[in-house]
Design a protein around this ligand. Sequence first.
Ligand SMILES: Nc1ncnc2c1ncn2[C@@H]1O[C@H](COP(=O)(O)OP(=O)(O)OP(=O)(O)O)[C@@H](O)[C@H]1O
Ligand SMILES: [Mg+2]
Length: 236
Amino acid sequence: MARKIVITSGKGGVGKTTVCCNLAVQLARRGYRVIVCDLDFGLNNADVVLGVENRALYDVLDAVEGRCRAKQALVSHPRYPTLYVLSSNRVLERYISPQAIRLILDTLSPQFDFILIDSPAGIEDGFHRAASCAEEALLVTTPHISALRDADRVAGILKSYQFSSVGLIVNQVRRERRRGGMLAPDEIASALRLPLTGVVAEDDKLFRENIVSRSRAFRALAETCIDTVVTRKKRG
Ligand SMILES: Nc1ncnc2c1ncn2[C@@H]1O[C@H](COP(=O)(O)OP(=O)(O)OP(=O)(O)O)[C@@H](O)[C@H]1O
Ligand SMILES: [Mg+2]
């Protein structure tokens, strides 16, 4: 059965989709079978970040509404054979129940190791839908004060979900001398009372290219975050 992990945040634009896609690539490179499930129905850009936006015939809504089987909605990645994307289209005006999505993910789960769920920012319906499809959560924040305040709020809400684990990823961390007044990742983790799963440096290359796997910052994430994620599995 796949471990279902929701990637969430309080503030928008802190790097959920980037972390989700890069984590998926790093796991796939290690041979794990991974689905990136895009439940950010408003912005739905996981397929673009992974470069498969022209390959999808169906999306998650087609599977939910029975126009295709769950497996047919998966888009395989041309470069990583064990990586798949369950994309979504802009469907803001439609209500889609968490139960319907859970059913799709449960159908796919036996053939995969990880289902990483990209969540919309904030604490509205979309966040709750994504959270209620997962058993574990990773909260992404940047070290900026505005992001931390929102992350604190979400961390509180995540507690009510009784996830088997909740970890923190601090993204866009600057080198010591450029940090200014910002807190260090371990200070952020203790302020939010969450274990520090991973730290990702600010990487100018990402700003320019929005790409996966070539970024040095995310190769470094493989060494920390993935090892924590995988070890947890072995222990549990
Ligand atoms: N470590 C990093 N270094 C540099 N740029 C980054 C880093 N992480 C993310 N970015 C950039 O920040 C922008 C926002 O990232 P991303 O779309 O992943 O955020 P998000 O939390 O998913 O946003 P939204 O809330 O809108 O879904 C993107 O342009 C991305 O390339
Ligand atoms: Mg996003």
